[in-house]
Ligand binder design. Structure first.
Ligand code: NOJ
Length: 705
């Protein structure tokens, strides 16, 4: 039986229904720090949010426009308001924390417009506000298709955001811009981060999570939760600090196609006094559901994996496609399996095992369709999976779809049953198609149409994949995914995903040295990331081509070994990769020990210090022992931090195993230099640690008595 045990004591749930139609209603968070005001003004619904005395969101419009221009943003009267409170906690089967408190005050408002009805539900937590729309099935609504969402997030022109562009070619794989809200545009992004000016389809908007630092000092992140059978929300600047929800449309322009009622995802506004508190919010997960009654996900297990992967994408010594340098060959895979099993990894990813790969496979969506059941000649799936099983490890499957959705869907059952027969428990999926609005679909009339990567068509596809994979007891690590909106609570087999520029870009281009000091506060607020840390050979690793094994000395991973270790603590993923080659790990056995030891399942998290784009220092407690792990990373600047250990238990002595930069470590000049220092401390000790330019540190903390 599944596992999301309710472990809290009392659920206090009270209702108060009012029919006294005040046009303004306020609801506060359980700790009273956050307040949400709802009002009808000129018969239009608006909300305002404050934290203590500071304005978070100024008066902002709510509403939807349905097909036939049926306007659900004006002409309303309040029919009924009701208040309730909820307080509970729950235990995820694995995660960043073993106990999650879910506490909020709720305001539900039924609005009517002549005979038509719309419900707004607001939840006010101590860490933010969420709301959603419900339009129940009723007479007088000929179509539930949505042609526009009117939700506004009225901020201030002085508020600044970390953002990536929506409606552009490479999904979520961009470095972040940092600008005023009003500057969010392809032009600004092209001038300051990466040229996307040629990408003229679509509008100026940003993806969520969009993280803001407000002029009044508050930190805010706008996102959505429980995105099912809808379209992704982006945020478009309307001037004067106002952002408006913009949904990705289908190829025919309709934003969301629904049969008989509307239940929108939650629109979420996480609010914190400082950047570290943003990282402590569990609001997105709390707005998702437990697995369905009777479902069993006990087969989903966190773990660590290696891969026949970096040698294609990073070191460029092998190919995915058939060639003299084909990576996924039996001999090579056996070598990796021996190494990975010896070092107690749970899985080995093998890419390029199937038919369909060719040198031009990437990235237009036009390649030959992949087969997900036929292997390349030098890869023997039954033999290798049996060999792996005998060594206590499993192959991790790989399905690169190239964004060819209907080809993939037509093979799902065959592909998953083949993998299941071979004992495979995880599949990394991929959707590389680097052209805007280029997901090919044969529509109901047999016509070829092209969809956006983030529209309802793709959201429903991802849903089908995750549900189908669960039938075969397979967990999915999704690359080029839809953003995480907390569905991993209901579908624990949605175990991890990419959804940002990950480590792989350092293989074939560069993310620069500061990117990973932004990711935890932006992309990672949505959920775990398959960033694929653990590159130890940080320079002189890449060949010019698989056929020309001359080192490309311009290629570097802008990091240090200590920083790579720290990422195992900072970048949460329940399925965590050690991305480098076995021979590179053998050169640094002590640092490799850290990767082997570091847990993937945690009971507690403490953010010790952080500043977005600058540094982050974070500690996590192992779920199955008294051990703690601490990671610190910095941007291009060297930084000395004073660590205090007050989060540890009193009256215990702990041993620290510190992996630290040396005096001459430097992300560019000397990235692989580190030292290991041990010392004893207690909860009232403090120590100073220096991170080199672009460096970090990682600490293993074990109890001695
Ligand atoms: C892009 C993925 O992010 C990467 O990890 C994978 O190796 C390639 N696609 C090929 O599928």
């Amino acid at each position: 039986m599944f596992i999301m045990k309710k472990i809290f004591v009392s659920i206090s749930l009270f209702f108060f229904v009012s029919c006294s139609f005040n046009s303004q209603t306020t609801v506060k968070s359980p700790d009273s720090s956050i307040s949400l005001d709802f009002q009808l003004s000129n018969d239009q619904p608006f909300y305002t949010i404050k934290k203590n005395k500071k304005v978070v969101i100024e008066k902002s419009l709510l509403g939807l426009i349905l097909e036939n221009k049926l306007d659900f943003s004006s002409g309303f009267k309040i029919q009924e308001t009701s208040n309730s409170s909820y307080s509970d906690s729950w235990a995820p089967s694995f995660g960043e924390e073993s106990n999650i408190i879910n506490e909020y005050n709720q305001l539900s408002i039924i609005l009517h417009k002549d005979s038509l009805e719309m419900k707004l539900i607001f939840r006010v937590f101590d860490d933010g506000v969420a709301f959603k729309y419900e339009i129940p099935n009723q007479t007088g609504i000929p179509s539930y298709d949505i042609i526009d969402e009117k939700t506004e997030f009225n901020l201030s022109p002085n508020d600044k955001a970390w953002w990536i562009p929506a409606f552009s070619y490479r999904r979520y794989e961009f470095l972040h811009a940092y600008s005023s809200i009003d500057s969010i545009s392809k032009k600004y992004f092209s001038d300051s981060v990466e040229d996307i000016s040629y990408d003229t389809l679509g509008i100026d908007a940003a993806h969520t999570p969009l993280t803001l630092k407000k002029k009044n000092g508050l930190y805010v992140s706008l996102h959505e939760a429980n995105l099912i059978n809808f379209s992704s929300m982006t945020l478009a600047p309307k001037g004067d600090g106002n952002l408006e929800a913009e949904l990705y449309p289908w190829s025919d322009g309709i934003k969301v196609k629904l049969e008989s009622e509307i239940i929108s995802p939650w629109r979420t506004i996480q609010i914190a006094e400082n950047s570290s508190d943003l990282l402590s919010s569990n609001m997105i997960l709390n707005l998702n559901d437990d697995p369905e009654e009777g479902s069993d996900f006990s087969w989903v297990k966190p773990g660590k994996y290696m891969g026949v992967w970096w040698e294609m994408i990073g070191t460029n010594q092998s190919t995915w496609w058939p060639s003299a340098n084909h990576g996924a060959n039996n001999k090579k895979v056996i070598k990796y399996l021996d190494f990975a099993s010896k070092h107690k990894f749970d899985g080995l990813l093998v890419e390029g095992w199937n038919i369909g790969w060719h040198p031009e496979w990437c990235c237009s969506g036009n390649g030959n369709p992949f087969s997900f059941t036929e292997t390349q000649d030098d890869f023997d799936l039954p033999y290798l999976s049996k060999y792996a099983k005998g060594k206590g490890i499993r192959l991790v499957g790989h399905h690169e779809t190239g964004g060819q959705i209907q080809n993939y869907e037509s093979q799902l059952d065959d592909a998953y049953s083949l993998y299941k027969e071979n004992g495979i428990k995880f599949i990394k999926t991929g959707y590389v198609n680097d052209v805007s609005k280029n997901i090919k679909r044969i529509d109901e009339n047999g016509n070829i149409v092209y969809e956006w990567h983030h529209g309802q068509f793709m959201i429903n596809h991802m849903q089908r994949v995750i549900e189908k994979a669960a039938e075969y007891e397979i967990s999915i690590i999704k690359h080029e995914p839809i953003k995480d909106t907390g569905l991993r609570r209901k579908y624990p087999n949605f175990i991890s995903r990419e959804g940002a520029k990950g480590q792989e870009f350092n293989g074939f281009s560069s993310n620069g040295v500061n990117h990973i000091t932004v990711l935890p506060f932006t992309r990672m607020l949505s959920g775990p990331m398959d960033y694929t840390p653990g590159i130890f050979q940080l320079n002189n690793f890449r060949f010019k081509s698989p056929d020309n094994k001359v080192i490309d000395n311009a290629a570097i991973v802008p990091s240090t070994i200590t920083k790579e270790l720290a990422l195992y603590v900072i970048m949460y993923s329940p399925m965590q990769m050690a991305a480098d080659l076995p021979e590179h790990y053998l050169k640094h056995p002590q640092a490799f020990e850290f990767i082997k030891n570091v847990p993937v399942d945690w009971s507690e998290k403490v953010v010790i210090d952080s500043k977005i784009g600058s540094h982050i220092i974070l500690a996590r407690k192992d779920k199955f022992s008294e051990n703690w792990y601490l990671g610190g990373i910095t941007n291009q600047e060297s930084r000395t931090v004073k660590l205090d250990f007050s989060f540890l238990e009193d009256d215990k002595i702990y041993n620290l195993n510190i992996f630290q930069d040396t005096d001459n470590t430097h992300w560019k000049e000397n990235p692989m230099k580190y030292e290991v220092v041990s010392r004893l401390i207690s909860s009232n000790s403090t120590i100073d640690l220096t991170m080199a330019e672009g460096g970090g540190f990682a600490i293993e903390i074990t109890v001695t008595k």
